[in-house]
Design a protein around this ligand. Structure first.
Ligand SMILES: *[C@@H]1O[C@H](CO)[C@@H](O)[C@H](O)[C@H]1NC(C)=O
Ligand SMILES: *[C@@H]1O[C@H](CO)[C@@H](O)[C@H](O)[C@H]1NC(C)=O
Ligand SMILES: *[C@@H]1O[C@H](CO)[C@@H](O)[C@H](O)[C@H]1NC(C)=O
Ligand SMILES: *[C@@H]1O[C@H](CO)[C@@H](O)[C@H](O)[C@H]1NC(C)=O
Length: 502
């Protein structure tokens, strides 16, 4: 591919298609926005341009920002919101990411997404730098970490697990800029423990420490703060074991964690990586479970733990556990596939489970575990999401020229001046939510581009994380001439196959 054209193409993709649909979009980034720098990667060995898809995903996270937005906010249709996210005693909890198509802030999935993104950034940094998107990524990933620092009050031994009230939040279809309902701050403490949440927050901050110490410039003081907090939150979790769902009644109806072992194991592994202190490694090995987990997800960290521990110890037990998980998910294993080739764990965000499994495969390949098989399989999954499916549809919003337009996402479905937005309008969402990965197809490959469908057509900070890190991995392998040929697509799109709701 012509390198000179690449930067132009990237910038062009990010900003020019916004005129395709809707009235509320603008055709250029706001002044001050960070945009991609010069790109040096070669997309000619890629079936789809994974570097472009990566940059779009960064923008998705920027669109999920709560609080006072910085001058470099790249999302023209977003502005300051819920500046009243304070605890009753006046403690500032503004910032962070809105969870999904709604506006609650959940520490568990937010911190899981953050460490999965950090993991991909640390392992596949060149995926970001060669696409000119490292500065964008540093800016994007700092946002939730700044928020997590606010969520930890070491003097009180209080950790915040959720801001908002799920029911009143879900009942209001409005843009975040126009919210005014009560948003309670849900605290964890010694008598209301949540070691599941504490584990993931410690992982996010310990991995964030490594990102800001080693990759993102001029951030040593910030990195050090993250490490101190990570250690404190981890100790808080170890000293106060319990599931947050047993104490906070609200959030866990959506994000109820079934154990804390996997979160604490991941946290121990990250803290070992960050500090080199073997006590953390011993803890992690003690918490790790040899059972094959159902998935790699906001609830189940096991496959990630096995790879982090393999990296730390090179012990066969973690190598074998990784292979066992991949045998379980690859064709011929225990998980179903759609006829067109997507591994189908569950209808709630089917793409997200597949993308997370792809990331495990790509991380394993980077450790030289079955590299050709695993990379080829991961390509089949990511390619499905970007267009190798029965509709020639990109499930990533804004990628290519055929992508969802009626996603279940309040902010992008509203024109900012309107207090309430028309949920039932047949029109496209007026603002394009670049980079959001929508839930995905059902087991028979059908998909509904319908705003009311929060099973197939919602987005979330959790959904994009494994997907984005997988894209960084694919660029990295291409940069090293180590990207296998894409496997043939399983289905051809026929003109009669039409997306429901169009
Ligand atoms: C934990 O928080 C609850 C609710 O705010 C409070 O009643 C309780 O006293 C706190 N426990 C500790 C040990 O601070
Ligand atoms: C996977 O399927 C095989 C064959 O049906 C079965 O023996 C095994 O127990 C399954 N593994 C898991 C973890 O469910
Ligand atoms: C696909 O599966 C869904 C859910 O089982 C079902 O309602 C729908 O009719 C199926 N569509 C086709 C085209 O088979
Ligand atoms: C779908 O994409 C393939 C590969 O690019 C192309 O050959 C085919 O014509 C497309 N089908 C439709 C219905 O657009």
């Amino acid at each position: 591919m012509n390198m000179c054209c690449l930067t132009v193409c990237l910038l062009g993709l990010l900003w020019s298609v916004s005129t395709v649909s809707g009235a509320g979009t603008t055709s250029s980034p706001p002044p001050g926005a960070i945009t991609p720098g010069p790109a040096t990667y070669d997309s000619s060995t890629m079936k789809y341009d994974y570097g472009k898809a990566l940059g779009l995903s960064i923008l998705f996270y920027d669109a999920q920002r709560a609080g006072k937005l910085p001058a470099n906010n790249p999302i023209a249709w977003r502005s300051d919101s819920v500046l009243y996210d304070y605890d009753d005693d006046g403690w500032d909890l503004t910032g962070g990411w809105f969870d999904a198509g709604d506006h609650t802030k959940f520490s568990l999935p937010m911190s899981f997404a953050t460490w999965v993104l950090n993991w991909g950034f640390l392992k596949f940094e060149d995926g970001y730098s060669s696409t000119g998107q490292k500065t964008m990524m540093c800016d994007m990933i700092r946002w939730p970490l700044e928020y997590f620092l606010k969520c930890w009050r070491p003097d009180l031994q209080v950790l915040y697990a959720e801001i908002g009230d799920t029911e009143s939040d879900q009942n209001r279809w409005a843009s975040p800029e126009n919210l005014n309902m009560e948003r309670p701050a849900h605290r964890l403490n010694a008598s209301c423990p949540g070691s599941d949440v504490a584990g993931d927050m410690a992982s996010a901050m310990a991995s964030g420490y490594l990102v800001f110490k080693n990759i993102c410039p001029n951030a040593k003081a910030f990195a050090d703060k993250l490490l101190v907090a990570a250690k404190g939150i981890y100790k808080f979790g170890i000293d106060n074991r319990g599931l947050y769902s047993d104490c906070i009644p609200d959030g866990p109806t959506h994000y109820k964690s079934t154990h804390d072992h996997d979160e604490l194991a991941a946290a121990g592994a990250w803290l070992y990586k960050a500090t080199g202190e073997t006590d953390y490694l011993d803890d992690a090995k003690g918490f790790a479970s040899p059972r094959i987990p159902w998935a790699f997800s906001w609830n189940q960290k096991g496959p990630g733990v096995n790879l982090l521990l393999y990296e730390a110890t090179e012990e066969d037990i973690y190598l074998q556990a990784t292979k066992d998980f991949m045998d379980f998910v690859m064709p011929g294993g225990n998980v179903s596939y759609t006829p067109c080739g997507l591994v189908f764990r569950n209808q709630w965000g089917s793409n997200r489970f597949a993308a997370n499994m792809a990331l495990i495969a790509l991380m394993a390949a980077e450790h030289d575990i079955m590299p050709e098989e695993y990379k080829t399989w991961a390509l089949s999954q990511i390619n499905y999401m970007l267009g190798d499916n029965n509709y020639n549809l990109s499930y990533e919003i804004g990628f290519g020229d055929n992508y969802p337009t009626h996603y279940h996402h309040r902010a992008s479905s509203c024109i900012a001046e309107f207090l309430d937005c028309d949920y039932d309008t047949p029109d496209d969402n007026p603002n394009i939510l670049y980079g959001g990965l929508v839930g995905g197809p059902l087991l028979n490959d059908t998909y509904a581009d319908v705003r009311s469908d929060n099973v197939q057509n919602e987005v979330s900070v959790d959904y994009n994380s494994g997907f984005q890190s997988s894209l960084a991995a694919l660029v990295h392998f291409a940069n090293h001439n180590a990207l296998p040929a894409s496997p043939p697509r399983k289905c051809t799109a026929r003109s009669m196959d039409s997306v429901l709701g169009r």
